[in-house]
Design a protein around this ligand. Structure first.
Ligand SMILES: Cc1cc2nc3c(=O)[nH]c(=O)nc-3n(C[C@H](O)[C@H](O)[C@H](O)COP(=O)(O)OP(=O)(O)OC[C@H]3O[C@@H](n4cnc5c(N)ncnc54)[C@H](O)[C@@H]3O)c2cc1C
Length: 392
């Protein structure tokens, strides 16, 4: 039996997927999560076929599908009057990209991955265990806990999100800090019975307007509608504020959508639990691993959400780890191969997500040109534009 052991820091989507990847490659895995429980953070997530394909490989797709909504399309609407600019049909997603396009609550995804992971006797999860640092320690990699004590293993996978401790091993603290992007995501859910029937259909709706956009779709067996509104705004919180759960500046949200269609404003009014999530970026890393330490997900490549790829890329990272750890017992060699397999693609997705944000938030003549182009291109051309991303 393989005696190798991995430590995973963080039990978000990236950490749980990475733990499954290491276990599937035969390693024993200890996950350390700082939160005392896997909580209801966040809101809806779309999981595109490039991610669900990896979940199938890790044996987690059925559990995730059970808690997911399967959208039949992404409809792009003009924010001012709900005119349809474009429609991406998803009915043939499995045929075209080889895996389903799903949407679910982040908490449901996390719980589903945790259920699959904890059913594997090789994986152990310790909650309430914040890791203060990770470092190479002779022929091992070690973590030190904030409350004292340490643990060492053959490798450490840092899946500790935007403000990763593990990432400090890979980048200079002088140039690598998180930087506010000037955009804030407002997230809420509305009870389905307060939302017009049209917006409860199994589809993702994307509304575009000047300097803002809105995404919504139904979740949890159509009992709630998930709403994400991204606006350009200042952020007055502190660096240590909980990135998932800031207090929403509701007047700023209402101002940003004041001139949008009545149906948009009605939808915003139907939700009560608005939380703000300031969007941060970090410079692209040249490598996602050094020696026996690797980073995955937001710890490696935090990205703006305009391509719906943050969690998807974390899951792709896990798929690559599963491959390299199964190929060789030499951990530094495996992690170097992981880094080579992932850096170019994840960096491209990071860059494309920023570009998509500029397109979504266009105003004036640029927005008119964008809308006209979308109408001419149509959904087929849109599907083809996503082949590089969803089909990989
Ligand atoms: C508005 C918005 C919409 C989005 N929509 C989508 C979407 O549709 N599709 C998509 O794929 N992605 C989407 N994303 C991105 C996605 O949510 C993130 O990229 C993804 O959740 C990152 O997962 P992660 O596991 O890398 O990090 P996190 O989810 O941040 O998890 C990190 C975990 O590590 C723990 N941790 C942190 N520090 C420590 C420590 N020192 N010790 C121990 N544990 C620690 C944390 O408590 C947490 O559990 C969206 C993001 C936003 C802001």
């Amino acid at each position: 039996m393989d005696a190798r052991r991995a430590i995973v820091v963080g039990a978000g989507v990236g950490g749980l997927a990475a733990a499954l990847a290491a276990a599937r490659a035969g390693l024993d895995v200890s996950i350390y999560e700082r939160a005392p429980a896997l909580e209801e953070f966040g809101a809806g997530l779309q999981l595109t076929p490039n991610a669900t394909r990896v979940l199938a490989k890790l044996g987690a797709l059925d559990a995730v599908r059970d808690v997911a909504m399967v959208p039949d399309a992404v409809s792009v609407l003009r924010g001012s009057d709900d005119a349809v600019l474009m429609q991406l049909a998803l009915g043939d997603a499995e045929r075209r990209w080889g895996a389903p396009y799903l949407a679910m609550h982040r908490a449901d995804l996390q719980q589903a991955l945790a259920r699959v992971a904890l059913a594997d006797p090789r994986i152990r999860l310790t909650l309430g265990a914040p890791v203060a640092s990770a470092a190479t320690d002779g022929d091992l990699a070690a973590v030190e806990f904030a409350q004292g004590g340490k643990d060492a293993a053959d490798l450490v996978i840092g899946a500790d999100g935007l403000r990763s401790q593990a990432r400090r091993q890979l980048a200079s603290s002088q140039t690598d800090g998180p930087a506010f992007t000037g955009r804030v995501a407002f997230r809420a859910t509305a009870p389905a019975d307060r939302v017009d029937r049209r917006w409860r259909e199994a589809r993702v709706v994307l509304r575009l307007g000047p300097n803002a956009h809105l995404v919504h779709y139904p979740l949890r067996a159509n009992s709630i509608v998930n709403i994400v509104a991204v606006i350009e705004d200042s952020w007055r919180g502190s660096e240590t504020d909980h990135a998932w759960d800031g207090v929403a500046d509701r007047p700023a949200l209402d101002r940003a959508f004041a001139s949008w269609s009545a149906s948009t404003r009605k939808l915003l009014a139907a939700a009560e639990n608005w939380r703000a999530w300031p969007l941060f970026g970090r410079p692209a890393l040249g490598a996602f691993a050094l020696g026996r330490i690797a980073v995955v997900g937001d710890a490696a490549h935090p990205m703006v959400p305009f391509l719906a790829q943050g969690a998807a890329q974390a899951i792709e990272d896990a798929g690559a780890l599963a491959n390299v750890l199964a190929e060789t017992d030499d951990v530094p060699q495996a992690l170097a191969a992981y880094s080579r397999a992932r850096v170019a693609r994840a960096t491209r997705v990071q860059t494309e997500a920023l570009r998509q944000g500029r397109i979504y938030h266009m105003a004036g003549a640029l927005a008119l040109a964008r809308d006209a182009t979308m109408r001419v291109l149509g959904g087929k051309a849109l599907s083809a534009r996503y082949d590089w991303l969803y089909g990989a």
